[in-house]
Ligand binder design. Structure first.
Ligand code: AMP
Length: 428
């Protein structure tokens, strides 16, 4: 038997109803903040992620699905391509390529699969799904303003509340600008020098190449050393400090609670200033439902115009997991309103009736005239239909149909012209 590849999985009904509920709610909330959808390819040239996400990050150093293209054309052959491990780099690439800034398109969202070769476990997959949104634009559009950071965070709080996820915790930090980080990196290197020998091999490498990434380390033995290291918040310049305070002040004003976490640096190099994560108690070890931050230099780093931005990625797999406890998939699933059961030779008439009902946005399951009545009842019960409707010659002649409620056994006869309206007003 051929099985799904390790770290990938099939999303099956009824769970897919919950996924659709999450996505529909997200689209609805984003709409209210004037975000529009963008769909970028799921693979891009490798260089985009190397430059955008950062060579020294775990994602680029260890986790990407990369291959050399075997295209027919000389120009494609040998090109290094990568399945996207995250969405922001692709969106910023598209922003630059299509000059979206000039067209005033600066609030974008994207929903889709991402790929990382991580060790699979509960809540961590090699193909997983993210709901991603970005505010990006020319500095003249105010995209650098702390008001945008607060708006994005308030939107996320609204979305989680709308989904019925209550016990979330917003953790907030500022990772400063590259200028702020020059001094910080120096201090960090100095602090690491005497202790780095006790740390894991990754940290020993990071200490030389990109010391900030030491804070990404998950090795338990390294944590007590990391606790003693200087924090970025001690090195924020005046502008970054003011920016961070302004974000916090707006959040306080709009009533979005948060806690400060000066160890939060996020595993991607492009972040500047605000960095954040929402965690959820019910998720165990993989408790981050979403993360994001500001990336003021990313567009420049990718060869584009100055376009400060802020965005986030919700881990949809984990969001659905944290929902499942309180919102079983069945509760958002639309079961058939009616099962149309044709008597012998009546498939055509039944199909005609089903067609009429479906035009009225009713969910109709259509049976088969080869089924005996008993089998039709069993099939109707199995799909969870509320009513069963028998289509026989007598019914068609009389232009009236018997509807039986499968749960209560109650039966009513309704003339054809009133059927759809009656079913709509007696929906489950
Ligand atoms: P990141 O892009 O690393 O900032 O991750 C953003 C969110 O995506 C995280 O908070 C997780 O919820 C989710 N996520 C990241 N990696 C995985 C994975 N391998 N499997 C499932 N969800 C993930």
């Amino acid at each position: 038997m051929i099985k799904a590849v390790r770290g990938t999985r099939d999303l099956l009904p009824p769970d897919t109803a919950l996924w659709n509920f999450v996505e529909a709610t997200a689209r609805d909330v984003f709409r209210a903040y004037n975000f529009q959808e963008i769909r970028t390819p799921i693979f891009e040239v490798t260089e985009l992620f190397a430059r955008g996400v950062g060579e020294e990050t775990d994602i680029v150093a260890k986790e990407m699905y990369t291959w050399e293209d075997r295209g027919r054309a000389e120009s494609d052959r040998g090109q290094s391509l990568t399945l996207r491990p995250e969405a922001t780099a692709g969106i910023v690439r598209a922003y630059i390529e299509h000059k979206l800034g000039d067209r005033g398109l600066n609030k974008l969202y994207c929903i889709g699969p991402m790929f990382r070769r991580e060790r699979p476990q509960k809540g961590r997959y090699r193909q997983f799904y993210q709901i991603d949104a970005e505010i990006i634009g020319p500095p003249s559009a105010g995209s650098e303003s702390p008001a945008r950071d607060a708006e994005v965070l308030e939107m996320l709080a609204t979305l989680l509340d709308r989904l019925g996820i209550t016990n979330w915790n917003l953790q907030l930090n500022s990772v400063g600008t590259p200028t702020d980080r020059v001094q910080f990196n120096e201090a960090l290197r100095a602090a690491l020098q005497p202790v780095v020998g006790q740390m894991c091999a990754d940290c020993q490498r990071r200490a030389v190449t990109n010391p900030l990434r030491v804070f990404d380390c998950k090795v338990p033995e390294d944590q007590s050393v990391i606790e003693t290291l200087p924090r970025i918040t001690q090195f924020l310049g005046e502008d970054s400090r003011k920016h961070f305070e302004a974000v916090q002040a707006i959040l306080a004003k709009v009533g979005v609670p948060f806690s400060l976490n000066d160890r939060l640096v996020r595993g991607l190099d492009y972040y500047t200033r605000t960095a954040f994560e929402f965690t959820h108690g019910a998720l165990g070890a993989q408790n981050a439902i979403l993360g994001g931050g500001r990336y003021d230099g990313l567009s420049d780093a990718l060869g584009g115009p100055a376009a400060p931005g802020i965005g986030f990625a919700i881990g949809e797999d984990r969001l659905v997991m944290s929902l499942q406890e309180k919102t079983p998939a069945e509760s958002v699933l639309r079961k058939p309103d009616v099962y149309v059961a044709p008597m012998a030779g009546m498939n055509g008439d039944a199909a005609r009736l089903a067609r009429e009902l479906r035009r009225h946005e009713l969910v109709v399951e259509l049976g088969d005239d080869a089924f005996r009545l008993k089998k039709s009842f069993e099939a109707a019960t199995k799909v969870g239909a509320k009513y069963i409707l028998i289509v026989g010659e007598n019914e068609v002649k009389a232009d009236a149909f018997a509807l039986k409620n499968l749960a209560t056994g109650e039966q009513v006869s309704i003339v054809r012209a009133n059927l759809a309206a009656w079913l709509r007003s007696n929906r489950g």
